[in-house]
Design a protein around this ligand. Structure first.
Ligand SMILES: Nc1nc2c(c(=O)[nH]1)N[C@H]1C(S)=C(S)[C@@H](COP(=O)(O)O)O[C@H]1N2
Ligand SMILES: [Mo]
Length: 389
Protein backbone atom coordinates (compact mmCIF):
# COMPACT_ATOMS: atom_id res chain seq x y z
CA UNK A 1 0.00 0.00 0.00
CA UNK A 2 1.38 3.39 -0.94
CA UNK A 3 1.81 5.43 2.20
CA UNK A 4 0.53 8.54 0.45
CA UNK A 5 -2.81 6.81 0.06
CA UNK A 6 -3.27 6.60 3.79
CA UNK A 7 -5.86 8.92 5.15
CA UNK A 8 -5.29 11.80 7.52
CA UNK A 9 -3.32 11.10 10.64
CA UNK A 10 -5.66 10.16 13.45
CA UNK A 11 -8.37 8.83 11.19
CA UNK A 12 -10.47 6.08 12.69
CA UNK A 13 -10.03 4.01 9.56
CA UNK A 14 -6.40 3.42 10.47
CA UNK A 15 -7.00 1.22 13.49
CA UNK A 16 -5.82 -1.88 11.71
CA UNK A 17 -2.79 -0.17 10.22
CA UNK A 18 -1.32 0.99 13.51
CA UNK A 19 0.78 -2.15 13.68
CA UNK A 20 1.78 -2.20 10.04
CA UNK A 21 5.47 -2.98 9.64
CA UNK A 22 7.67 -3.22 6.58
CA UNK A 23 9.89 -6.25 7.15
CA UNK A 24 10.82 -6.42 3.46
CA UNK A 25 12.62 -3.10 3.64
CA UNK A 26 14.91 -4.05 6.52
CA UNK A 27 17.64 -1.60 7.39
CA UNK A 28 19.17 -1.36 10.84
CA UNK A 29 18.76 1.75 13.01
CA UNK A 30 21.28 4.06 11.34
CA UNK A 31 24.10 3.19 13.73
CA UNK A 32 27.48 2.15 12.34
CA UNK A 33 29.95 -0.12 14.10
CA UNK A 34 32.55 1.78 16.07
CA UNK A 35 30.89 5.15 15.56
CA UNK A 36 31.15 7.96 18.09
CA UNK A 37 28.64 10.69 18.83
CA UNK A 38 29.73 14.33 18.67
CA UNK A 39 28.10 16.48 21.36
CA UNK A 40 26.02 19.44 20.21
CA UNK A 41 27.57 22.81 21.10
CA UNK A 42 24.16 24.13 22.21
CA UNK A 43 23.50 21.84 25.15
CA UNK A 44 20.16 22.45 26.93
CA UNK A 45 20.50 24.23 30.27
CA UNK A 46 19.62 22.19 33.38
CA UNK A 47 15.90 21.85 34.06
CA UNK A 48 14.56 23.95 36.92
CA UNK A 49 13.28 22.12 40.00
CA UNK A 50 14.55 19.00 41.67
CA UNK A 51 12.18 16.61 39.88
CA UNK A 52 13.83 14.09 37.56
CA UNK A 53 11.79 14.05 34.37
CA UNK A 54 14.10 11.60 32.59
CA UNK A 55 14.08 13.76 29.48
CA UNK A 56 15.41 12.11 26.33
CA UNK A 57 19.03 12.99 25.59
CA UNK A 58 19.01 13.20 21.81
CA UNK A 59 22.69 12.26 21.48
CA UNK A 60 21.85 8.94 23.19
CA UNK A 61 19.07 8.05 20.73
CA UNK A 62 20.00 4.62 19.38
CA UNK A 63 16.73 2.71 19.21
CA UNK A 64 13.30 3.12 17.69
CA UNK A 65 11.57 2.21 20.96
CA UNK A 66 12.47 4.15 24.10
CA UNK A 67 13.29 1.87 27.06
CA UNK A 68 10.82 2.33 29.95
CA UNK A 69 13.50 3.45 32.40
CA UNK A 70 14.56 6.18 29.95
CA UNK A 71 11.06 7.36 29.03
CA UNK A 72 10.34 10.95 30.12
CA UNK A 73 7.86 11.51 32.95
CA UNK A 74 5.48 14.43 33.36
CA UNK A 75 3.28 14.67 36.44
CA UNK A 76 1.36 17.90 37.00
CA UNK A 77 0.39 16.90 40.55
CA UNK A 78 1.79 14.05 42.65
CA UNK A 79 2.94 10.67 41.36
CA UNK A 80 0.54 8.19 43.01
CA UNK A 81 1.67 4.62 43.68
CA UNK A 82 -1.41 2.45 43.32
CA UNK A 83 -1.90 -1.11 44.60
CA UNK A 84 -3.70 -3.24 42.04
CA UNK A 85 -5.91 -4.89 44.68
CA UNK A 86 -7.34 -1.55 45.78
CA UNK A 87 -7.84 -0.17 42.32
CA UNK A 88 -11.00 -0.15 40.18
CA UNK A 89 -11.98 1.62 36.98
CA UNK A 90 -15.43 3.21 37.06
CA UNK A 91 -17.28 3.91 33.84
CA UNK A 92 -20.13 6.17 34.88
CA UNK A 93 -22.25 9.20 34.09
CA UNK A 94 -24.58 9.27 31.09
CA UNK A 95 -24.43 5.56 30.33
CA UNK A 96 -27.20 2.97 30.44
CA UNK A 97 -25.09 0.43 32.37
CA UNK A 98 -22.35 1.82 34.60
CA UNK A 99 -19.36 -0.51 34.95
CA UNK A 100 -16.79 -1.18 37.66
CA UNK A 101 -13.76 -3.09 36.39
CA UNK A 102 -10.66 -4.65 37.93
CA UNK A 103 -7.34 -4.85 36.13
CA UNK A 104 -8.01 -8.57 35.59
CA UNK A 105 -11.36 -7.72 33.95
CA UNK A 106 -9.58 -5.36 31.56
CA UNK A 107 -6.83 -7.87 30.78
CA UNK A 108 -9.45 -10.52 29.99
CA UNK A 109 -10.79 -8.31 27.21
CA UNK A 110 -9.36 -8.19 23.66
CA UNK A 111 -5.75 -7.02 23.65
CA UNK A 112 -4.39 -4.51 21.13
CA UNK A 113 -0.93 -3.04 20.69
CA UNK A 114 0.14 0.27 19.21
CA UNK A 115 3.58 1.78 18.76
CA UNK A 116 3.01 5.44 19.45
CA UNK A 117 5.34 8.39 19.96
CA UNK A 118 4.16 10.40 22.93
CA UNK A 119 5.34 14.00 23.00
CA UNK A 120 4.59 16.56 25.69
CA UNK A 121 2.95 19.60 24.09
CA UNK A 122 5.49 21.74 25.97
CA UNK A 123 8.48 20.04 24.32
CA UNK A 124 10.90 22.61 22.83
CA UNK A 125 8.87 25.35 24.57
CA UNK A 126 11.73 26.09 26.97
CA UNK A 127 15.48 25.88 26.25
CA UNK A 128 15.85 23.16 28.93
CA UNK A 129 12.88 21.15 27.66
CA UNK A 130 13.92 19.35 24.46
CA UNK A 131 13.51 15.70 25.40
CA UNK A 132 9.85 15.44 26.42
CA UNK A 133 9.28 12.65 23.92
CA UNK A 134 9.53 8.88 23.67
CA UNK A 135 8.18 5.94 21.70
CA UNK A 136 6.79 2.76 23.23
CA UNK A 137 4.82 -0.29 22.26
CA UNK A 138 1.67 0.20 24.34
CA UNK A 139 -0.75 -2.65 24.97
CA UNK A 140 -4.24 -2.65 26.41
CA UNK A 141 -7.86 -3.08 25.52
CA UNK A 142 -9.69 -0.78 23.10
CA UNK A 143 -11.85 1.87 24.76
CA UNK A 144 -14.64 2.08 22.17
CA UNK A 145 -16.20 -1.39 22.73
CA UNK A 146 -16.26 -0.75 26.48
CA UNK A 147 -18.09 2.54 25.97
CA UNK A 148 -20.50 0.71 23.68
CA UNK A 149 -21.10 -1.96 26.34
CA UNK A 150 -21.85 0.70 28.93
CA UNK A 151 -24.31 2.23 26.47
CA UNK A 152 -23.66 5.93 25.85
CA UNK A 153 -26.87 7.91 26.26
CA UNK A 154 -27.67 10.24 23.37
CA UNK A 155 -27.08 13.39 25.38
CA UNK A 156 -23.60 12.27 26.49
CA UNK A 157 -21.31 14.48 24.39
CA UNK A 158 -18.16 14.54 26.51
CA UNK A 159 -16.04 11.72 27.92
CA UNK A 160 -13.91 12.73 30.90
CA UNK A 161 -10.86 10.73 31.97
CA UNK A 162 -10.00 11.18 35.63
CA UNK A 163 -6.61 10.41 37.18
CA UNK A 164 -5.90 9.40 40.78
CA UNK A 165 -3.33 12.18 41.18
CA UNK A 166 -4.51 15.38 42.82
CA UNK A 167 -3.49 18.90 43.79
CA UNK A 168 -4.99 22.21 44.72
CA UNK A 169 -6.38 24.75 42.26
CA UNK A 170 -7.10 28.41 42.97
CA UNK A 171 -9.83 30.16 40.97
CA UNK A 172 -11.51 33.51 40.79
CA UNK A 173 -15.21 32.99 41.50
CA UNK A 174 -17.63 35.69 40.40
CA UNK A 175 -20.07 36.31 43.26
CA UNK A 176 -22.70 39.03 43.87
CA UNK A 177 -20.21 40.57 46.29
CA UNK A 178 -17.46 40.66 43.68
CA UNK A 179 -14.64 38.35 42.64
CA UNK A 180 -13.61 35.95 45.39
CA UNK A 181 -10.72 33.48 45.33
CA UNK A 182 -11.59 29.89 45.97
CA UNK A 183 -9.15 27.07 46.62
CA UNK A 184 -10.25 23.57 45.74
CA UNK A 185 -8.76 20.09 45.68
CA UNK A 186 -8.71 18.71 42.13
CA UNK A 187 -7.74 15.52 40.37
CA UNK A 188 -6.01 15.55 37.00
CA UNK A 189 -8.58 15.17 34.21
CA UNK A 190 -8.77 15.58 30.47
CA UNK A 191 -11.73 15.03 28.21
CA UNK A 192 -12.51 14.08 24.65
CA UNK A 193 -15.61 14.66 22.60
CA UNK A 194 -17.79 11.56 22.19
CA UNK A 195 -16.59 11.16 18.60
CA UNK A 196 -12.91 11.42 19.53
CA UNK A 197 -13.32 9.06 22.50
CA UNK A 198 -14.90 6.42 20.22
CA UNK A 199 -11.88 6.41 17.89
CA UNK A 200 -10.91 2.73 17.63
CA UNK A 201 -7.22 3.55 18.19
CA UNK A 202 -7.75 4.63 21.81
CA UNK A 203 -6.51 2.06 24.32
CA UNK A 204 -7.01 1.50 28.01
CA UNK A 205 -3.35 0.65 28.41
CA UNK A 206 -1.81 -1.62 31.05
CA UNK A 207 1.48 -2.53 29.37
CA UNK A 208 4.47 -0.56 28.07
CA UNK A 209 7.15 -2.24 25.96
CA UNK A 210 6.08 -5.67 27.23
CA UNK A 211 6.21 -4.76 30.94
CA UNK A 212 3.37 -3.80 33.28
CA UNK A 213 2.82 -0.04 33.04
CA UNK A 214 5.49 1.46 35.38
CA UNK A 215 4.18 3.50 38.35
CA UNK A 216 5.51 6.78 36.92
CA UNK A 217 3.72 6.12 33.62
CA UNK A 218 0.33 5.48 35.17
CA UNK A 219 0.10 2.02 36.77
CA UNK A 220 -2.23 0.25 36.68
CA UNK A 221 -4.03 1.92 33.75
CA UNK A 222 -3.70 4.92 31.47
CA UNK A 223 -5.38 6.16 28.36
CA UNK A 224 -3.29 5.89 25.22
CA UNK A 225 -4.70 8.18 22.55
CA UNK A 226 -2.51 7.68 19.47
CA UNK A 227 -2.09 10.88 17.47
CA UNK A 228 -2.68 13.17 20.46
CA UNK A 229 -0.25 15.19 22.51
CA UNK A 230 0.94 13.69 25.80
CA UNK A 231 -1.53 15.56 27.99
CA UNK A 232 -4.50 13.65 26.53
CA UNK A 233 -2.97 10.33 27.64
CA UNK A 234 -4.32 10.36 31.20
CA UNK A 235 -2.29 8.27 33.66
CA UNK A 236 -3.47 6.54 36.87
CA UNK A 237 -6.95 6.34 35.36
CA UNK A 238 -9.72 5.71 37.91
CA UNK A 239 -12.92 7.01 36.36
CA UNK A 240 -14.37 7.59 32.91
CA UNK A 241 -17.39 9.82 33.10
CA UNK A 242 -19.78 10.63 30.27
CA UNK A 243 -21.45 14.02 30.65
CA UNK A 244 -23.59 16.54 28.77
CA UNK A 245 -21.31 19.58 29.20
CA UNK A 246 -17.80 20.31 27.99
CA UNK A 247 -15.12 20.00 30.67
CA UNK A 248 -13.70 23.42 31.54
CA UNK A 249 -11.05 22.44 34.05
CA UNK A 250 -7.41 23.55 34.22
CA UNK A 251 -6.14 20.99 31.70
CA UNK A 252 -8.80 21.67 29.07
CA UNK A 253 -9.52 25.37 29.43
CA UNK A 254 -6.86 27.19 31.44
CA UNK A 255 -3.56 25.40 31.08
CA UNK A 256 -2.34 23.69 27.88
CA UNK A 257 -3.85 26.55 25.91
CA UNK A 258 -2.06 27.89 22.84
CA UNK A 259 -2.48 31.63 22.26
CA UNK A 260 -1.64 32.84 18.75
CA UNK A 261 -1.92 36.01 16.79
CA UNK A 262 -3.22 34.76 13.46
CA UNK A 263 -4.51 36.50 10.32
CA UNK A 264 -7.95 36.03 8.70
CA UNK A 265 -8.79 37.95 5.53
CA UNK A 266 -5.88 40.27 6.22
CA UNK A 267 -7.13 41.10 9.74
CA UNK A 268 -5.33 40.03 12.91
CA UNK A 269 -7.28 37.44 14.90
CA UNK A 270 -6.19 36.18 18.30
CA UNK A 271 -6.97 32.56 19.00
CA UNK A 272 -6.92 30.50 22.20
CA UNK A 273 -7.04 26.77 21.55
CA UNK A 274 -6.81 23.72 23.79
CA UNK A 275 -3.81 21.48 23.06
CA UNK A 276 -5.14 18.37 21.34
CA UNK A 277 -3.88 16.44 18.35
CA UNK A 278 -0.15 16.10 17.79
CA UNK A 279 1.46 18.28 15.13
CA UNK A 280 4.07 17.64 12.47
CA UNK A 281 7.63 18.02 13.76
CA UNK A 282 11.21 16.78 13.41
CA UNK A 283 14.57 17.43 15.04
CA UNK A 284 18.19 16.69 14.28
CA UNK A 285 19.04 14.15 17.00
CA UNK A 286 22.76 13.57 16.79
CA UNK A 287 25.85 13.72 14.59
CA UNK A 288 27.98 10.59 14.48
CA UNK A 289 31.41 9.82 13.03
CA UNK A 290 32.78 6.46 11.91
CA UNK A 291 36.10 6.19 10.13
CA UNK A 292 36.13 9.90 9.35
CA UNK A 293 32.62 9.78 7.80
CA UNK A 294 29.93 11.91 9.39
CA UNK A 295 26.20 11.24 9.60
CA UNK A 296 23.24 13.25 10.91
CA UNK A 297 20.50 11.17 12.55
CA UNK A 298 17.15 12.44 13.75
CA UNK A 299 13.44 11.80 14.15
CA UNK A 300 10.21 13.07 12.58
CA UNK A 301 6.71 12.57 14.05
CA UNK A 302 3.35 14.15 14.82
CA UNK A 303 1.68 13.27 11.53
CA UNK A 304 2.08 10.95 8.57
CA UNK A 305 5.69 11.93 7.81
CA UNK A 306 6.44 11.37 4.12
CA UNK A 307 9.85 13.01 3.94
CA UNK A 308 12.43 14.77 6.09
CA UNK A 309 14.90 17.30 4.74
CA UNK A 310 18.08 18.62 6.32
CA UNK A 311 19.78 21.95 5.91
CA UNK A 312 23.42 22.53 6.82
CA UNK A 313 24.67 26.09 7.39
CA UNK A 314 21.52 27.56 5.81
CA UNK A 315 22.29 25.86 2.48
CA UNK A 316 19.99 23.78 0.26
CA UNK A 317 17.50 21.32 1.76
CA UNK A 318 18.84 17.80 1.32
CA UNK A 319 16.60 14.69 1.44
CA UNK A 320 17.24 12.47 4.45
CA UNK A 321 16.74 8.70 4.27
CA UNK A 322 13.92 7.39 6.42
CA UNK A 323 14.73 4.14 8.20
CA UNK A 324 12.06 1.66 7.14
CA UNK A 325 13.33 -1.28 9.20
CA UNK A 326 10.89 -0.57 12.00
CA UNK A 327 7.84 1.49 11.27
CA UNK A 328 4.36 2.11 12.62
CA UNK A 329 1.76 4.68 11.74
CA UNK A 330 1.76 6.58 15.04
CA UNK A 331 5.51 6.24 15.69
CA UNK A 332 8.33 8.62 14.89
CA UNK A 333 10.34 8.02 11.75
CA UNK A 334 14.07 7.74 12.31
CA UNK A 335 15.98 9.42 9.50
CA UNK A 336 19.64 9.93 8.58
CA UNK A 337 21.74 11.92 6.18
CA UNK A 338 25.31 11.07 5.29
CA UNK A 339 27.38 14.22 5.66
CA UNK A 340 30.51 12.59 4.44
CA UNK A 341 33.33 15.04 4.96
CA UNK A 342 32.23 18.39 6.37
CA UNK A 343 34.82 21.16 6.70
CA UNK A 344 36.35 21.49 10.16
CA UNK A 345 34.75 24.23 12.25
CA UNK A 346 31.30 25.20 13.48
CA UNK A 347 28.15 24.29 11.56
CA UNK A 348 24.39 24.52 11.98
CA UNK A 349 22.03 21.63 11.28
CA UNK A 350 18.27 22.13 10.76
CA UNK A 351 15.60 19.60 9.82
CA UNK A 352 12.05 19.81 8.55
CA UNK A 353 9.39 17.15 8.19
CA UNK A 354 6.93 17.04 5.29
CA UNK A 355 3.70 15.07 5.63
CA UNK A 356 1.83 12.99 3.06
CA UNK A 357 -0.33 16.00 2.11
CA UNK A 358 2.74 18.16 1.47
CA UNK A 359 2.52 20.28 4.64
CA UNK A 360 5.99 21.44 5.71
CA UNK A 361 7.07 21.81 9.33
CA UNK A 362 7.19 25.61 9.79
CA UNK A 363 10.46 27.53 10.08
CA UNK A 364 11.27 29.06 13.46
CA UNK A 365 10.47 32.54 12.06
CA UNK A 366 7.26 31.48 10.30
CA UNK A 367 4.43 33.69 11.68
CA UNK A 368 2.56 30.52 12.77
CA UNK A 369 5.42 29.94 15.24
CA UNK A 370 6.80 33.45 15.75
CA UNK A 371 3.35 34.87 16.59
CA UNK A 372 2.55 32.10 19.02
CA UNK A 373 2.56 33.66 22.49
CA UNK A 374 2.62 30.54 24.65
CA UNK A 375 5.20 27.76 24.77
CA UNK A 376 2.85 24.89 23.94
CA UNK A 377 3.00 23.28 20.49
CA UNK A 378 6.49 24.57 19.68
CA UNK A 379 6.70 22.77 16.38
CA UNK A 380 9.05 25.14 14.57
CA UNK A 381 12.16 23.82 12.84
CA UNK A 382 14.98 23.12 15.28
CA UNK A 383 18.54 24.23 14.51
CA UNK A 384 21.45 22.67 16.41
CA UNK A 385 25.12 23.72 16.42
CA UNK A 386 28.06 21.37 16.09
CA UNK A 387 31.85 21.66 15.80
CA UNK A 388 33.64 19.36 13.39
CA UNK A 389 37.22 18.87 14.60
N1 LIG B 1 -3.06 11.60 35.63
C1 LIG B 1 -2.20 12.31 34.89
N2 LIG B 1 -2.00 11.97 33.61
C2 LIG B 1 -1.13 12.67 32.84
C3 LIG B 1 -0.43 13.77 33.36
C4 LIG B 1 -0.66 14.12 34.71
O1 LIG B 1 -0.09 15.08 35.24
N3 LIG B 1 -1.54 13.36 35.45
N4 LIG B 1 0.40 14.47 32.55
C5 LIG B 1 0.15 14.40 31.12
C6 LIG B 1 1.20 14.99 30.32
S1 LIG B 1 1.23 16.68 30.28
C7 LIG B 1 2.08 14.24 29.57
S2 LIG B 1 3.19 14.97 28.55
C8 LIG B 1 2.04 12.78 29.64
C9 LIG B 1 3.41 12.21 29.91
O2 LIG B 1 3.37 10.82 29.97
P1 LIG B 1 4.60 10.03 30.59
O3 LIG B 1 4.88 10.62 31.95
O4 LIG B 1 4.21 8.59 30.62
O5 LIG B 1 5.76 10.28 29.65
O6 LIG B 1 1.15 12.30 30.63
C10 LIG B 1 -0.08 12.97 30.66
N5 LIG B 1 -0.96 12.27 31.55
MO1 LIG C 1 2.74 17.35 28.70
Amino acid sequence: MARRELMRYGSAALAGLALLRFPGLARAFPTRPGEEVLPWLDQPPPAPGAVDRQLLRWEALDSWLTPNDKFFVIANYNRPVIAEAEWRLELAGLVARPLTLTLADLKARPRHEVVFTLECAGNHGFPWFQGGIGTARWAGTPLAPLLAEAGLLDRGIEVVFWGADAGEEVRDARTPEGIRQITMPQHFARSMSRVDALDPNNLLCYEMNGAPLPAAHGFPLRLIAPGWYGVANVKWLTRIEVQDTRLGNRFMARDYITVREDVRDGEPVWTETSVGRARLKSVPGKVTRAGGQYRIVGAGWGGPVARVEVQVDGGPWLPATIDRSEEAYFAWRIWSLDWATPAPGEHTVTSRAIDTEGHIQPAADDPWIAKKQTYWESTGQVTRRIRIP
